[in-house]
Design a binder for this molecule. Sequence first.
Ligand code: NAD
Length: 486
Amino acid sequence: MHQVNNFINGEFVEAESGRRFDKRSPVDNSVIASVAEAGRADVDRAVAAAKAALTGEWGQLTVDQRVDLLHGVADEITRRFDDFVAAEMADTGQPHHVMTHAFIPRGAANFKVFADIIKNVPTESYQMATPDGRGALNYGLRVPKGVIGVISPWNAPFLLMTWKVGPALACGNTVVVKPSEETPLTTTLLGEVMNSVGIPEGVFNVVHGFGPDSAGEFLTQNRSVDAITFTGETRTGTAIMKAAAEGCRDVSFEMGGKNAGIVFADADFDAAVDGIFRSAFLNTGQVCLGTEKVYVERPLFERFVSALKQKAEAVKYGRPENHGANYGPLISREHQDKVLSYYRKAVEEGATVVTGGGIPEMPAELAEGNWVQPTIWTGLPETASVIREEIFGPCCHICPFDSEQEVIGNANANDYGLSTTIWTNDLARAHRMAAAIDVGITWINSWFLRDLRTAFGGAKQSGIGREGGVHSLEFYTEMRNVCVKL
Ligand code: NAD
């Protein structure tokens, strides 16, 4: 069995406590790895290593040297592409093509893009008049924030973790990463990459474990962590924010969503069906930006529901390495229980189950996996739990609508505000809708199309702050102003 250790100060090490936990495969729940669980002492050692590295060799590098090293990291990820694909498939159970087209290439891109940004972005400069007529010059100086605590989730583990580590390192910080306990493998593999590329010891550290009373909480409580970047549930963000309040440390949060998909009758029908299908069911619905509530303009409603049903019923279940499969299991038994509880709740609240609603019949070797059917409901009022609460599963409710105002109201009637996807050929309407819906990201006639230079984040309880492009620099650097009297 695979033995996964913490990565501290450039070395793979057992936990001082000697504690380990099992990582199970989502496809059949067999144990695939034994993972060292970092205790407080391990986390403190990792943070101390990261602190020391700030003023060591890493801190002395020029921006060009740092940028070259990070390009090296991206190249090494690409060279070891198959290892990363295999590790991420083992962790998540998601199909091969999702790994090769999205999750792993994006991981490499996260290092390249932010290295290039830090090399090219200017800092501000203002000249000012002074009473003596000689003036003064102000200029901005970006310096690293320090040790960044990175706490990441399981749903797109490598992509989401590198989305934070890439810019953090590009800006000259050091990091201690606590990946999700459900997906320890690719973050650990990145430790090997860091060593082979020559990233100095202590710059990138990994501590494994859980949240409360484990590595996650110990990391947030360590006062030498200068800032915390987190992706995960809003409830967890609340706990982390409380921890970060000690020492008034900065946070950047990317959290839950309950995103609306909106289809107008003038939309390109096939493209809209395809887009909503992907946004509801890709990664077995475990995408923060995914669509769990769909609104279709009434003239198109019946046709749309039946087209989406047809696609949902055609998914091919299977192991990730089976190239014919395009639909994987949920991450864990616990998450399967949660999603199935919503499937039951929808029925109790009076939904019409268009398709799915349970566990598919699987061959014996996969019967123990965390499989659930893609599920579509209609007929529920806006007050229903499955329309209001984030399920994070392969399911959506579809509701007909008659006016722009009505659908804007329903899209916004939520504590979350992460994303929306709107399908229409009326461009003026598309712009109106984009301005009226209270989310961080609006897609028009597309979904999950990401330019890494753009602002990414959530409104309301979906997040705090923005990352992406120069916005990441706002969080990962301290901006100093230098005022020179001439
Ligand atoms: P989670 O909040 O349960 O866990 C995320 C991470 O936080 C894990 O590493 C976990 O161990 C750690 N953690 C848990 N409790 C902690 C604590 N008290 N202190 C410190 N660390 C703690 O989230 P998840 O189940 O892994 O991921 C799914 C959630 O993530 C969904 O809500 C989804 O919408 C959200 N998400 C958001 C985005 C985004 O960009 N907005 C992206 C992906 C996922």
